[in-house]
Design a protein around this ligand. Structure first.
Ligand SMILES: Cc1cc2nc3c(=O)[nH]c(=O)nc-3n(C[C@H](O)[C@H](O)[C@H](O)COP(=O)(O)OP(=O)(O)OC[C@H]3O[C@@H](n4cnc5c(N)ncnc54)[C@H](O)[C@@H]3O)c2cc1C
Ligand code: SF4
Ligand code: SF4
Length: 449
């Protein structure tokens, strides 16, 4: 990526969107909206002083919501250009409230709250679409209880948890545990506030709160607003105390997840959703299980799948290495449902099709290998480009010309065309670039003749 940023023949237009395409092969006119960052890319040094001081914190989408970021932020550390961007939906200043902190701390004078979108016109001979994919939303499979059970996560979420620069510094803590850890200070604060309110009532009525609550709830109905409030506060305090003790116990026992279950084909090879194989997920589950074992050698993983599709040079050997050296077991099964134990451990219910038995096994963490699906903006982009999509919503190509879209001069590569892994995407990108170059060469030859 750094090479692309430095290449004299490549102009990067990050944080930009194609809005209009007209013309024909060899002479397309393209309108690109360069969105306002509210930071001058040329002045910003990426020092991060603004993000450090920004008072607004929101869930960090790059870290799958497991961490927070400021309203002025960089999408990820190695991004090109190395610049910060203000998120206008959350920035206090841009929402019309008083702030201006980032502008004050920026020594490069890069912050510009008045910056506007720019529309740039380009003349190009050919276009290559490389807009990638989205992952399937596993909450569409209710039996897997994603977002209901904290310790059922997706493979992308696991990638962030295993990353040394991720929200847990690469330690595979369970979301239920670190959510509890984060909640403790807030609960302690609430408890303090509720205790103070109860003390005020105790002083006023010269009675202990527990005694008052017992008589209030067992005696005749009393509508005195102060007493109603006192009883409500007492109940709230009880609830918060119980939650706080439960969370403190969880934090005390907090340890990295050591029993992992990977569930394959979540949304893929499933006629209710996408009948195709997403191609790369068997291998990324094996990779993630191997990395988890490298981080913590006691970690064991079970990969549940109809079969493991290790299709590629050295892939089968990698799969076997996972079993022999990284404590991975492969179970041929379609998982039926996931339940949860009181200690927040997910339980996988499945039919072991080789033993022909229904089984239930508890784990620390369950990871869903979600299908590769068309990017959310694909339909709109296809309309702008005037190209067709296939029946699943990926850019349509033909088997004879796998990088040619239905419009001459517009090519496609990577997961925008079809699910594929990185080496395949790179190979296809080279093919698409070669096809685009061919258009330009033919144009030059025509001009010369
Ligand atoms: C959990 C997980 C782990 C994986 N691990 C591996 C692995 O270890 N090895 C491997 O080979 N593969 C792995 N893969 C697969 C890999 O992610 C894909 O093969 C690869 O990302 C495809 O590259 P791409 O360039 O086609 O798409 P993407 O990587 O999705 O890139 C597309 C880019 O286009 C941008 N974009 C989208 N729409 C627009 C628009 N309208 N205008 C401008 N920009 C736009 C997106 O923001 C994105 O930056 C993994 C996948 C998952 C889900
Ligand atoms: S905007 Fe200013 S303070 Fe923020 S990263 Fe860029 S140079 Fe640093
Ligand atoms: S690669 Fe594996 S997990 Fe992914 S869809 Fe194909 S068989 Fe299922």
């Amino acid at each position: 990526m750094l090479d692309v940023g430095r290449h004299p023949n490549i102009e990067l237009m990050a944080y930009s969107e194609v809005e209009e395409v007209s013309g024909d092969i060899g002479r397309f006119s393209v309108k690109v909206r360069k969105k306002a960052r509210f930071v001058d890319e040329d002045k910003c040094t990426g020092c991060g002083a603004c993000a450090e001081k920004c008072p607004t914190q929101v869930p960090d989408a790059f870290n799958e919501g497991f961490a927070k970021r400021s309203a002025i932020y960089s999408w990820f550390a190695q991004g090109i250009p190395s610049t910060h961007t203000i998120d206008p939906e959350h920035c206090r200043q841009l929402q019309g409230k008083k702030c201006g902190v980032c502008k004050k701390v920026c020594q490069a004078d890069a912050v510009d709250y008045e910056q506007k979108d720019k529309v740039v016109d380009l003349e190009v001979g050919a276009i290559v679409v490389a807009t990638g994919y989205d992952v399937f939303d596993p909450s569409l499979i209710p039996e897997y209880r994603y977002q209901e059970i904290d310790n059922v996560i997706t493979a992308i979420e696991l990638e962030r948890l295993l990353s040394a620069s991720g929200p847990t510094g690469g330690h595979l803590y369970r979301p239920s545990d670190f959510k509890a850890k984060e909640a403790v200070p807030q609960l302690e604060k609430s408890l303090k506030k509720l205790t103070k309110t109860l003390e005020r009532f105790e002083k006023k009525f010269q009675k202990d709160s527990a005694q008052f609550y017992e008589s209030f709830t067992s005696g005749k109905k009393d509508d005195d607003p102060d007493k109603v409030k006192w009883a409500e506060t007492y109940e709230q305090k009880k609830e918060v105390s119980e939650k706080l003790s439960q969370y403190k116990a969880m934090v005390e026992k907090m340890d990295v997840a050591k029993r992992l279950a990977f569930i394959q084909c979540v949304g893929s090879r499933d006629i209710r959703f996408y009948p195709f194989c997403s191609g790369y997920c068997c291998m990324h589950s094996i990779k993630e299980a191997i990395i988890a074992n490298e981080h913590e050698p006691e970690t064991t993983s079970v990969i549940f799948g109809m079969d493991i599709r290790a299709v590629g040079k050295g892939f089968e050997e990698y799969k076997i290495r996972g079993a022999d050296h990284s404590s991975i077991s492969y179970v041929r099964a379609r998982v039926a449902e996931i339940n949860e134990l009181p200690d927040k451990s997910p339980v996988v219910v499945y039919e072991d099709t080789l033993e022909r038995r229904v089984k239930e096994d508890p784990f620390d963490l369950v990871i869903l290998a979600t299908a590769c699906v068309p990017n959310k903006g694909t339909q709109e982009l296809a309309q702008i480009l005037g190209v067709e999509l296939d029946r699943f919503g990926f850019f349509k190509t033909s088997q004879a010309n796998p990088v040619d879209t239905t419009r001459p001069g517009i090519f496609v590569c990577g997961c925008a065309e079809n699910p594929m892994d990185i080496p395949e995407s790179v190979a296809q990108a080279s093919a698409a670039a070669a096809r685009a170059a061919q258009v330009m060469v033919e144009k030059e030859m025509k001009k010369a003749s």
